[in-house]
Design a protein around this ligand. Sequence first.
Ligand code: LMR
Length: 408
Amino acid sequence: MVSIQDSSPSFFENAQNIPVDAIFQVQKDFLADSDPKKVNLGPGAYRDENGKPWILPSVQMATTLVANCGHEYLPIAGSQVLREEAVKLVFNGTKLYSEGRIASCQALSGTGALYLAGSVLRKVDPTPKAVYITNPTWSNHDLLFSSLGFDVKYLPYYKDKTFDFEGYMSGLVTAPAGSIIILHSCAHNPTGCDPSKDEWKKIASVIQERHLFPIFDSAYLGFNSGSVNEDAWAIKYFVDELGLEASICLSFAKSMGLYGERTGLVTFVTKSPSQVQTMNSILENGQRATVSTPPRYGAEIAAAVLSTPEILEQWGKDLITMSSRIRSMREKLYEELVRLETPGDWSHIIKQTGMFGFTGISPAQINHLRAKHHIYMADTSRISIAGLNDSNFEYVAAAINDAARNIY
Ligand code: LMR
């Protein structure tokens, strides 16, 4: 029995319970399910053709190289090699790269990079600002930017199973000057619908005209198409072709399979090289106040991958392995749904790109898939295509077919 000696009111009297994070709850529910047929299409984590986590061959090679890296602190801004190599990876060949107009700081994967970017922007201009995110988007966007005190607003993004370009533009043109716009560089999470190059150009021109600040959430560079250069096309168009300032938030969780290592990088592209040192100092200050110094092991691995030519070459092959397996699973799921004559048009599954498929099935169908077939997915109807493999795609298609025919 607990004995309470202090009769003063609790400091936590007004504390309110916060619902658990939806996608991590899906993962927990999946793990608790003992059915052997269960399928996890929830969190975006790559699985190999046997449904197992995949340690990339390039990462295996790098791990041997860094086995004795020790446990000392990294500098506050993180591994110098990682910063230089990651910046080179994304910006090599651009004017801003040769002019040295890029501030950078290692960050705790994509979330940490976005958080640090937001906190730096608050510091450089504390006047209240709106952050525009897409509807729908990755659920953490709203949480992290509202935690930083920004007014989070939504832009329409998805209509008739595709990118709602008109809806998006009609919202974008109303954003007040100085607002921050969160862009998914590629493989939009959760819809898998990216703007075309022509649409990107129109988005960029509104951002330029209205003096809006773009933050690129770049969690999937290289993972989407198999080529970092191809996946970074929109970033380069904004910062190199148009010369805009921007923040690019990188994560190596998906592209190197370093999920638990929290390895990422935040960058700011500045107008002039003389601003880089100031922006680096603000990044360092923000880092010190939050994580102090970033984790070492993942940074050493990523730095070794990027800086060792033969490992870099292997990484290129690994990106192709992952992105092509995902593409082939999209096709197999789609073909099976068609073969079963599943009611509805499923062609969006093969038109989308990246790790996720936005199925568009109803909440009742999602519940049915989980309760009857032990298939787990996000409550937005997003499935992680990486959870499909040759042993389960027919089972999943049959279950979707059952839900589409019998549950409304
Ligand atoms: C996802 O969207 O499922 C992943 O990026 C995992 C996460 O952190 O939400």
